[in-house]
Write a protein that binds this ligand. Structure first.
Ligand code: C5P
Length: 216
């Protein structure tokens, strides 16, 4: 694959609901980068395979080849049951391989109007963008994350209790960190940002200081 030269590449990994998406959007906006929420791709495939007993990989490959980012805005992808199913199918090596190619294209060949790319997910720093210019591992206490996600669900009128959200996050953390292929982990060269006690703004200022220091 050909890579665009001299672009800014930012890789972020995080457990669910730690605030990575919010920070990635702020980074994208500040530095004019393409933003790809890679979790949405797994959620998209989770929706397609939700009722399937057997996975048709060729069909999924075609779906991914034809995917445009607009399709990832589907509100169905925000539900907890889709998130849980995403975590299950994300263990599958063949599915990860299908998703990988798409991610690489966005990461290294973003459209020319962007100065680079920022991707967030579970295996971005460790597998997809090992050579990223910036690598962050964003995390927060699981109860803080559950509270935040619960509030988000309330805003979009999803009927789910705080305890259900907490249980679901713990379960996904376990699956994502303990799977065989591309488990979530902090790579040695990633900068750890714990957002438990940080506001969105404080967190972004920290990230911006780190990035400006290297870019300027
Ligand atoms: O980030 P989000 O919560 O939307 O991700 C949904 C699920 O997709 C995660 O729990 C994880 O199992 C999977 N995922 C992954 N690798 C990524 C992004 C998401 O395995 N790069």
């Amino acid at each position: 694959m050909k890579k665009r030269k001299n672009i800014i590449t930012v890789a972020i990994d995080s457990p669910a609901a730690a605030g990575a998406g919010t920070q990635a959007k702020l980074i994208a906006n500040e530095y004019k980068l393409l933003y790809l929420d890679t979790g949405k791709i797994y959620r998209y495939l989770a929706k397609i395979t939700f009722n399937e007993k057997k996975i048709n990989y060729n069909f999924l490959k075609k779906k991914i080849d034809r995917l445009n980012l607009r399709k990832l805005n589907d509100p169905d992808l925000l539900s907890d049951r889709i998130a849980r199913h995403a975590s299950i199918i994300a263990k599958d090596r063949k599915i990860r391989k299908i998703v990988k190619q798409l991610q690489l294209n966005y990461a290294y060949n973003p459209p020319n109007k962007f100065f680079g790319s920022v991707l967030d997910g579970r295996d971005i720093t460790s597998v997809i963008m090992k050579d990223a210019m910036f690598k962050f591992y964003i995390t927060a206490n699981v109860k803080v994350r559950a509270r935040r996600r619960f509030n988000e669900f309330r805003k979009i009128k999803k009927n789910i209790s705080y305890n259900q959200v907490l249980k679901s996050l713990r379960n996904r953390d376990y699956l994502d960190k303990n799977r065989k292929h591309s488990p979530l982990k902090k790579t040695k060269d990633s900068i750890l940002i714990n957002t438990s006690k940080l506001s969105k703004k404080a967190c972004f200022l920290k990230i911006k200081a780190i990035m400006n220091n290297k870019i300027n």
